[in-house]
Ligand binder design. Structure first.
Ligand SMILES: Cc1cc2nc3c(=O)[nH]c(=O)nc-3n(C[C@H](O)[C@H](O)[C@H](O)COP(=O)(O)OP(=O)(O)OC[C@H]3O[C@@H](n4cnc5c(N)ncnc54)[C@H](O)[C@@H]3O)c2cc1C
Length: 434
């Protein structure tokens, strides 16, 4: 007969929930992870661009992502598998952040310097060596193609770029979650797929378990909300919103896939590009595709949606992103086929995640990942397990935030920065940059 009592229940088996499960399993907790989908990583994780970069606006953001990098570099060790064919791949292609006047790179560099993140300042000449096909004229501020100014031929050039050679991307984000699921399963962690959590059971101030859509009840003194875009639904279900000053809301997001011309060989010669001047991010992909996503420029409307939102590609948005890509990389051209994905971000009010306990004892959240936490999944799982361990051992995280030491880098990650009760972080980019 299926077990009905666990040490912890994790709601969601995306890359974040699977990682938390694995880390709690390593601490010998008996865990059950429940997901509505038929397997791990089939929610918003499956649509991720999976870019691994360190260009966050805050020190903890940079520290966490730099620690996160080491997990991707040592993925086989992390998930304790020697079967390379079954593992997702980390491709270290590097990333350049194009420099705009007063731009994002200015927030990032002081943190890079204090943490020791490797970077190079590229002037226009350096770009000639690395990718002369890039048109480095200043097109910004970003516009939509139906604005006549979109087609202006500017004479000014950008200042250059900030290149981080250790950045890259993960070839298959869904497989990354499945790798974590398998690793957790090896430790004895239980998973129930095609199953929905329909209520959170409480006893006064403490969580005592969950109820599932098949009518069964699971008892557990710890419940973790890792429900991605459904995070707010689960928080409301639990009645955990009372002292939250930061909230989460699902946001529609499109990423388009454009075939790269053979001569460009972007898969091998290219690198990821953060292009705020044009309102896009770009990355190479296997099979010589180029991915182009949005950095939420002011001219593009934000579409706040239902967490179950699915949809077709919006032709206007496809045109905007693909034409912006073509302004920067004119050799790409406009494909006939309009390919891409429609995903959903779980956006917090300041685009920084909430990794925290809640006002209900035993109920924890790893939410508000705001389109930028795939890269941090492994370290987020570790940080959540440290936080849960400390709080369950009696530590008052609300008045004395838990500080985590990154196992690979020794960097300090102050979990107070990810609290539900924070005021909006004024250092945030208020965009996918975090
Ligand atoms: C288009 C797109 C591009 C992105 N690009 C990047 C990037 O380049 N780099 C980066 O670092 N990050 C990126 N991200 C962000 C990153 O992918 C997410 O932060 C991460 O995948 C979120 O994982 P998760 O496990 O929290 O959520 P999900 O993967 O959505 O998992 C949540 C799970 O909870 C389950 N669930 C929900 N409610 C219930 C319930 N009641 N009962 C049972 N199960 C439930 C769902 O079925 C789902 O599987 C991107 C995201 C998107 C959408």
């Amino acid at each position: 007969m299926a077990e009905t009592t666990y040490d912890a229940v994790i709601i969601g088996s995306g890359v974040i929930g699977s990682s938390i499960t694995y880390e709690l399993g390593r601490r010998r907790l008996r865990t059950l992870t429940v997901d509505r989908h038929s397997g791990a990583g089939l929610g918003s994780t499956s649509f991720s661009s999976a870019i691994v970069r360190f260009t966050y606006s805050t020190y903890p953001g940079v520290a966490m992502s730099y620690e996160g990098l080491r997990y991707w570099e040592n993925w086989a060790d992390h998930v304790q598998s020697s079967d390379a064919a079954d593992l997702t791949k980390f491709r270290q292609c590097g990333m350049v952040t194009l420099k705009t006047i007063g731009g994002h790179h200015l927030k990032v560099v002081p943190h890079f310097d204090s943490i020791g993140v490797r970077y190079e300042n590229w002037d226009l000449e350096a770009f000639q060596t690395h990718l002369p096909e890039l048109d480095l004229r200043k097109f910004g501020p970003p516009k939509r193609p139906d604005d006549d100014e979109f087609w202006d031929e500017p004479s000014e050039f950008l200042e250059g770029g900030l290149f981080t050679p250790e950045a890259g991307y993960v070839s298959d984000p869904q497989l990354a979650a499945q790798n974590l699921h398998k690793a957790a399963g090896t430790l004895g962690c239980d998973f129930r797929f095609n199953t929905e959590v329909t209520s959170i059971q409480r006893d006064e101030e403490r969580v005592v378990g969950v109820r599932l859509n098949d009518g069964s009840a699971i008892s557990a003194p710890i419940v973790v909300n890792a429900a991605g875009p459904h995070s707010r639904v689960i928080n409301e279900m639990a009645g955990a919103m009372d002292d939250m000053s930061i909230h989460t809301t699902p946001l529609r997001q499109e990423v388009h896939h454009v075939p790269g011309p053979d001569a460009l060989d972007f898969e091998n010669r290219g690198f990821s590009i953060a292009d705020d001047d044009n309102g896009i991010y770009v990355r190479p992909d296997v099979g010589d595709n180029i991915l182009v996503g949005s950095t939420e420029p002011d001219c593009d409307p934000l579409h706040w949606v239902d967490p179950d939102h699915q949809g077709q590609i919006d032709l206007d948005q496809w045109e905007a992103q693909v034409l912006r890509l073509n302004r920067r990389l004119p050799t790409v051209g406009i494909p006939h086929q309009k390919r891409g994905i429609v995903g959903v971000y779980d956006v917090s009010d300041d685009w920084i995640p909430i990794y925290d306990r809640t006002c209900i004892d035993g109920f924890y959240v790893a939410i508000g990942t705001s389109g930028n936490q795939f890269k941090n999944a492994a370290i987020a799982g570790y940080c959540m397990s440290e936080l849960i361990d400390a709080v369950e051992s009696g530590h008052d995280h609300d008045s004395d935030p838990v500080s985590v030491t990154g196992p690979h880098t020794g960097l300090n990650i102050d979990m107070g920065n990810f609290r539900r009760t924070r005021t909006i972080n004024p250092d945030s980019s208020m965009s996918v940059h975090g």
